[in-house]
Design a protein around this ligand. Structure first.
Ligand code: AMP
Length: 436
């Protein structure tokens, strides 16, 4: 299978070869043909599968074959949940459209809107956006979506997690009814299917890989450890293993800062990336991590969403997530493109229930190890960790206002089913978008 045999234009093939790609990834091979046929597509794919090119290449092909309108109204809209992802998708659009007469722009919050408005005034064919800033600028009358031909919803599950459902519905209302829709999601809950039903028209369904095969490519391990010894254990593992590029997940922003400080104190170059960091700081940390000048990137789930870090060898869950799907997202950052990756989880007694949920989701028992000197505390309670706000409904305490939990609206575990928890999250007015 070659990109040429997929029927992409010469200009796109040139850009693809400039990127150094020789063969389409599975999701590209499956998604590109139906998109080129003008069909709606529902794709199951997560970051790292090459999904961005999977929708960008055929989208650009179709746009370049169509009529370029003189005033360049937005003809394709790509909606992403986070700023980082928007920036990455935009970078891809720029690269792939290098030899095409198409203009593109990206808009997201947290930065000055003036340059974005100026760019929009010049006319753009492809707009990549996060929902908040898009609707904000639409409200100001600086952009119109009345000529959109192709709509892409990227990381739809993240969109719902972050409470963007209402915004997506608003965006749908300001686009023409007749358009092609592409929806990408890593997980498929009931809510996602409902959203897909509302957006897509007889979609072609494509899957990157059968479920769990990503997980199969990853060497997963659990270290049972006393809570208070996690920091020294992770430092030991990184130092003794001489790990060069490690993405470490913490549950909270405060936890990320604290761990990062400890790493630096131990002589390991590290940076933290979370919702309280400025866009500039986040970009700088990510660039340092990619270039190798920063060895450890400590991140919260929300900040790490959609980050394009190719071929990451190690992912460490300093705390395992209480939402099992997040575990799959986190470890999906390693073991890319056929390379074997390693995902380590440090699990203390109070995370036992979460580990059980995760194992159920991934359909396997993750091998457990205990390292001498870092044994779990036999007296520690196995009661789940107190989460942030939203616990109230389940009878658990709420954290005080200003808590550091980035997922304060995502943690209700009070005996609810997964779906009801998820839909509750989705219906929550977004509380995280301001930060991401
Ligand atoms: P994505 O899943 O879109 O975030 O892409 C993950 C990574 O794979 C990015 O670094 C892409 O540049 C890279 N990539 C995408 N398509 C291909 C391909 N066909 N061959 C090799 N690398 C690719």
């Amino acid at each position: 299978m070659s990109f040429k045999s997929l029927g992409l234009s010469e200009a796109l093939l040139k850009a693809i070869s400039k990127k150094g790609y020789t063969t389409p990834s599975p999701i590209q091979a499956k998604a590109i043909p139906p998109v080129l046929e003008g069909k709606d597509v529902l794709a199951s794919a997560q970051t790292g599968t090459g999904k961005t090119a999977g929708f960008t290449l055929p989208m650009l092909h179709l746009l370049s074959q169509g009529q370029t309108l003189r005033r360049r109204p937005v003809r394709a809209l790509v909606l992403t949940p986070t700023r980082e992802l928007a920036a990455q998708v935009y970078a891809n659009v720029k690269e792939y459209s290098e030899f095409l007469d198409l203009r593109s722009a990206v808009i997201f919050g947290g930065v000055n809107q003036k340059p974005q408005i100026a760019r929009l005034h010049q006319g753009v064919d492809v707009l990549v956006a996060t929902p908040g800033r898009l609707l904000d600028l639409y409200g100001q009358g600086v952009l119109s979506l009345s000529k959109v031909e192709i709509f892409v919803l990227d990381e739809a599950d993240r969109m719902l997690d972050m409470g963007f459902l209402r915004d997506i519905e608003r965006v749908m209302k300001i686009m023409p009814e007749r358009r092609q829709n592409l929806m990408f999601s890593a997980t498929f809950s009931k809510d996602i299917r409902k959203l897909a039903n509302g957006i897509l028209n007889h979609p072609a369904q494509v899957e990157a890989t059968p479920e769990n095969s990503t997980v199969d490519a990853i060497n997963q391990k659990v270290y049972r450890v006393a809570k208070g010894k996690k920091t020294s254990l992770v430092i030991k593992l990184i130092s003794e293993g001489d790990w060069k590029q490690v993405l470490v997940f913490t549950r909270t922003k405060h936890g990320a800062n604290k761990l990062c400080k400890k790493m630096v104190g131990a002589g390991i170059t590290a940076a933290a990336i979370h919702g309280n960091k400025s866009q500039g700081a986040r970009t700088k940390a990510l660039a340092g991590f990619k270039s190798g000048s920063i060895r450890i990137l400590v991140a919260t789930d929300i900040a790490a969403r959609g980050l394009d870090i190719p071929l990451l060898p190690h992912v460490v869950n300093f705390e395992i997530p209480n939402i099992s799907e997040d575990y799959v997202h986190r470890i999906g950052r390693t073991g890319r493109a056929g390379a074997k990756g390693e995902a380590i989880s440090l699990v203390s007694a109070d995370e036992t229930t979460y580990l059980r949920d995760i194992q159920k989701l991934v359909g396997m028992k993750i091998p457990v190890e205990i390292i001498e000197g870092f044994e779990p505390d036999p007296n520690a309670s196995t009661e789940p960790i107190k989460q942030g706000q939203g616990q109230g409904r389940g009878g658990r305490q709420s954290k005080p206002k200003g808590s550091n939990s980035e997922k304060s609206n995502r943690n209700n575990r009070g005996g609810k089913s997964n779906n009801s928890r998820r839909s509750k999250r989705s219906n929550n007015k977004r509380s995280t978008d301001k930060r991401d």
